[in-house]
Design a protein around this ligand. Structure first.
Ligand code: NIG
Ligand code: FE
Length: 444
């Protein structure tokens, strides 16, 4: 795309193009250094008081105290964090970013007592979004996803996992992959793309879930692989995910799809235990999946299996909140067992349409009793590991991508404590500054 065209899609109030920059005078610089955090180690923020971070050529070059870095780099352009918290950009490791239409009418039905899986069984729910997505143009899909992506970005998310899954037929699923690649190209926000052809049983296969399972595993997966190699040459294969759930794919069908995907070289993810415990989390562990997500009805045995593995437990507290349900991921059990916990929005039109990781953190603190520090680590470095990018993003460490937030708060605990409004003052993405400053509170 031409540069002028790109301009109109950026979420910016003002912007500078510094490839060299010293961000200094952070009240607390949260480094999250040291890699993904397991079990009781969750919540190590690596705080540097009066901290600074030096960025060059879209990468972090140095992290330390303000006076030290100012002395060592006296000539760099400066960005004064002015007593605010500075931290890595949020990583959102589970979203259904791209879809057509909306389900506001179903929200009203659910609030009047209709159940999510009953609406799906009656041909609504995911299938209603599938109808709207199949008939939408690629331009409309990209435009709608872009506005959601930019809303995420303006709330501090600098890397987003994005799933297909509202096509459920080969051509539309490929269109969604194509739209996601185009969106990443023109937004410059990093996407981790996931193929979720197994999101629901396609309407053409009503009553024949095995038939659709065979289509996904035997036809779609090989086609997606070939398509990807042509359209995203040199780029790692996308994740393959399955909705392992009553009324969607049972455990054997989930296994069939994920095993086939693994054989084709795809990295794996799974939606497990959102409503019923089918054993999807242990399947994820067995197959070496990067993450198992939702984990509301997860059994103790599954928690033990997760804890002994490198599969990240991704909790999506906005989902029960969005459905007005009362059960959340047993995060304390996962932490006690030694599991790796991450947080994500699950942004989708059916169960939870929310773009803000800040709100996820606020819910995680209240509904799962995480401390703000634990929730922040789960939303950054552990979230990065859930999409296998902890080597590039999720912390402020030398050599990592310069995805940095300046929050309009003096103490990290304002994350979680405050909610429903945006606490981001500036987002620095790959060395560029995007400002959303509305002024900020400073303790007297
Ligand atoms: O993660 N559970 C499956 N997928 C989504 C919901 C999708 C929808 O309802 O459109 C989820 O909650
Ligand atoms: Fe989901």
């Amino acid at each position: 795309m031409e540069n002028e065209e790109r301009e109109k899609y950026t979420p910016i109030l003002s912007r500078r193009y510094n490839t060299f920059m010293l961000i200094h005078s952070a009240s607390q610089l949260l480094t999250l250094a040291g890699g993904p955090q397991r079990g009781k180690a969750l919540g190590a923020l690596g705080i540097i008081e009066d901290g600074a971070v030096l960025i060059r050529d879209e990468k972090i070059v140095a992290v330390g105290k303000t006076d030290e870095l100012r002395a060592a780099y006296p000539h760099e352009p400066r960005l004064d964090a002015d007593g605010c918290v500075v931290m890595p950009g949020f990583v959102d490791p589970h979203t259904h970013l791209i879809w057509g239409g909306d389900r506001a009418a179903e929200f009203e039905m659910k609030m009047s007592g209709a159940r999510y899986l009953d609406i799906l069984a009656a041909g609504g729910g995911i299938l209603s979004t599938v109808r709207a997505t199949r008939t939408a143009s690629i331009e409309a899909l990209v435009a709608q996803a872009r506005s959601r992506l930019l809303r995420m970005f303006s709330h501090g998310t600098t890397t987003v996992e994005a799933k297909t899954g509202y096509g459920l037929q080969t051509a539309t699923e490929l269109r969604l992959l194509k739209a996601l690649l185009a969106l990443e190209e023109d937004s410059r926000i990093d996407l981790a793309i996931t193929f979720l052809g197994a999101h629901a049983i396609a309407p053409e296969f009503k009553g024949d879930p095995q038939g659709y399972t065979d289509l996904v595993s035997e036809t779609m997966l090989p086609i997606v692989r070939q398509w990807w190699e042509t359209h995203a040459p040199g780029r790692a294969l996308p994740f393959v995910d399955v909705f392992c759930e009553t009324g969607a794919f049972d455990l054997a069908q989930s296994r069939q799809i994920l095993e086939k995907a693994k054989n084709l070289g795809f990295p794996l993810k799974i939606h497990a235990d959102e409503f019923d415990n089918l054993g999807g989390a242990s399947l994820a562990v067995e197959l070496g999946a990067a993450s198992a997500d939702h984990l509301v009805r997860t059994s103790d045995a599954d928690i033990v299996a997760l804890a002994a593995s490198d599969t990240v437990a991704v909790s999506l507290p906005c989902t029960p909140f969005g459905l007005a349900e009362h059960d959340y991921t047993p995060a304390q059990k996962i932490i006690a067992a030694g599991g790796m916990l991450a947080l994500a929005t699950d942004c989708n039109p059916g169960t939870t349409w929310n773009e803000s990781m800040q709100f996820v953190i606020a819910l995680a603190c209240r509904m799962m009793k995480l401390t703000p520090a634990q929730a922040i680590a789960a939303a950054t470095i552990n979230a990065a590991h859930a999409i296998r990018r902890a080597d590039r993003v999720g912390s402020l460490e030398e050599g990592k991508q310069a995805d940095v937030l300046v929050l309009s708060v003096p103490d990290y605990r304002h994350l979680g404590y405050r909610y429903g409004t945006n606490l981001v003052r500036q987002v620095i993405k790959s060395g560029r500054v995007y400002s959303m400053d509305v002024g900020y509170y400073r303790s007297a």
